[in-house]
Design a protein around this ligand. Structure first.
Ligand SMILES: [Mg+2]
Length: 186
């Protein structure tokens, strides 16, 4: 068992976190989908999965904890890109699921809750949630698992998502490296 992963896990537990949440682009994979990814790029996108993300998610889920992905990738972006470029694009849950099913063990992948949603694309985006944050995603995740928001922790390479986090903890990830266990700096 990976010792760094064990320490990471132990510290999250000790600090009372029940739900571990990762951003997708440049956090869980080193590539950026741009909101929707061309079908032919999916293999490369999965090949660039970040090792610490895979280890952290696997260990966390297999210990009976809750895990989610919160991304700005969106099925609406995929529909628009597919129409515009006349080539199939994948976005939102469709992209997250393809990634998760490919890079995580089956028993782990099946337990991942996925929120793919880009607030700016939605005219009916609820006003109470900032559009430059993952606050809407985190609210969905907290409700889905029935665990208070302050027991959820997000890792994300976008500074605005970290700075605008309301009601939960968020930690910055270096976008050139993707998630690393050392990113947890309570
Ligand atoms: Mg990102």
């Amino acid at each position: 068992m990976n010792i760094e992963a064990q320490i990471f896990h132990y510290r999250l537990d000790k600090d009372g976190f029940k739900v571990l949440v990762f951003d997708l682009d440049q956090t869980s994979t080193l590539m950026h989908s741009g909101g929707a990814l061309l079908g032919s790029k999916i293999v490369e996108y999965c090949e660039k999965a970040v090792p610490d993300f895979i280890i952290a998610a696997t260990q966390w889920v297999r210990s009976g904890n809750k895990f989610a992905i919160a991304s700005f990738t969106d099925t609406l972006a995929a529909e628009r890109s597919t129409t515009y470029h006349r080539e199939p694009h994948y976005g939102g849950k469709n992209l997250i699921k393809r990634f998760v099913d490919q890079v995580l063990p089956t028993d782990v992948a099946s337990k991942v809750y996925m929120v793919g949603y880009f607030p700016i694309m939605h005219d009916n985006h609820p006003q109470e949630f900032d559009k430059r944050s993952k606050n809407y995603h985190m609210d969905m995740i907290s409700k889905y698992f029935e665990i208070p928001l302050n027991r959820c922790v997000l890792f994300d390479d976008s500074m605005s998502n970290v700075e605008n986090a309301k009601g939960y903890k968020a930690y910055i990830v270096d976008s050139t490296k993707g998630f690393q266990f050392s990113d947890y700096r309570p």
